[in-house]
Design a protein around this ligand. Structure first.
Ligand code: NAD
Ligand code: UDP
Length: 316
């Protein structure tokens, strides 16, 4: 198949492209390189089945494809809050453009939505039926509400134009290739521990998240894309940890001498988050297989390698 991956040079997109290329599909990677990095897809650049398109999804584009994985959107609060109006445009105009493309060429489109549609949830764990508790005027709204309208657009294109949609609600995912300055908690703690600087726990660290290793997530996305259920379907690892626990695990694993310090909790930071993955188990026969400790080890190895290359390249 010819498969378009928007946001393909990013963290999740590049791992997905690895799988699609290995399955011998023709892959078009579309990215504006806001938080993506060419090094994530360098391995495919000269491959005859691979094409790299520098493009912003807020502008329309004409392509011939069979499937679209629509992942283009900054995912870290630091990056999506840097230019919140652009984040809204990416979610509204970008999703309209990709749904328009899917409609025109009759492609199936999988939308990368998020657990953030549940906001600061009052139901725990979160099933797909829960409508969420989202602040529509806060600093996270550009992303949370952006993804909610992206889901709305998918379902309206489905009902009005019979576009073949799939909607995945992705929970916190981590792994190799996260940017050093990504700003999300797993990469922050690992980078801080490797540098021997204090790990920054926001608030008292009692807020929870559930962390999914990226290879598991990609498997879930592909099963959803190629199955019959349109979703929305939660994809995440139900293993729930407090942020303080996560800091202690990474401290212990990487650098027991690194300190933990507390910084103010950002506005509207969700207090708890854990996916109910009954639907993914039932309809996609999917559940995560990589335990947190194993996934963290692989992620630490990747950061260590990148740091070693940098040090060798720059200083020696
Ligand atoms: P990422 O920031 O690494 O990747 C996003 C990619 O999209 C980057 O390559 C970026 O350059 C590109 N991009 C951003 N705006 C664009 C635009 N206007 N036009 C073209 N390209 C653009 O993030 P990620 O973690 O890989 O997330 C991928 C998708 O999955 C996002 O849609 C995100 O909202 C969703 N998601 C991720 C998580 C997670 O924990 N990683 C959780 C929930 C949802
Ligand atoms: N967090 C933290 N220290 C950091 C980065 C994040 O304590 O250096 C906290 C953040 O306040 C939140 C959790 O970790 O409670 C997850 O944050 P992240 O930005 O990774 O994802 P999200 O909040 O979007 O789930």
């Amino acid at each position: 198949m010819r498969i378009l991956v928007t946001g393909g040079a990013g963290f999740i997109g590049s791992h997905l492209i690895d799988r699609l290329m290995k399955a011998e599909h023709e892959v078009l990677c579309l990215d504006n390189f806001y938080t993506g990095d060419k090094s994530n897809i360098r391995q495919w650049v000269n491959h005859p089945n691979f094409e790299l398109i520098r493009h912003d999804v807020t502008e329309p584009i004409r392509l011939e494809v069979d499937q679209i994985y629509h992942l283009a959107c900054p995912a870290s609060p630091v990056h999506y809050q840097f230019n919140p109006i652009k984040t809204v445009k990416t979610n509204v105009l970008g999703t309209i453009n990709m749904l328009g493309l899917a409609k025109r060429v009759k492609a199936r489109l999988l939308m990368a939505s998020t657990s953030e549609v549940y906001g600061d949830p009052e139901v725990h764990p979160q099933p797909e039926e829960y409508w969420g508790k989202v602040n529509c005027t806060g600093i996270r709204s550009c992303y949370d509400e952006g993804k909610r309208i992206s889901e709305t657009l998918c379902f309206d294109y489905y009902r009005e134009h019979q576009v073949d949609i799939r909607v995945a609600r992705i929970f916190n995912t981590y792994g190799p290739r996260m940017l050093e300055n990504d700003g999300r908690v797993v990469s922050n703690f690992i980078v801080q521990a490797l540098r021997g600087i204090p790990l920054t726990v926001y608030g008292d660290g009692s807020q929870t998240r559930s962390f999914c290793y990226v290879w598991d997530l990609v498997e879930g996305l592909m099963r959803l894309m190629n199955g019959d259920q349109i979703g929305p379907i939660n994809l995440g690892n139900p293993g729930e940890y407090t942020i303080l626990q996560l800091a202690q695990i990474i401290q212990e694993m990487v650098n027991p001498d690194a300190e933990l310090i507390h910084k103010p909790l950002p506005q509207d930071d969700p207090k708890q988050r854990q996916p109910d993955i009954t639907k993914a188990k039932t309809y996609l026969a999917w559940e995560p297989t990589v335990p947190l400790l194993e996934g963290l080890k692989l992620t630490v190895e990747d950061f260590s390698k990148r740091f070693a290359v940098k040090v060798v390249g720059k200083d020696f």
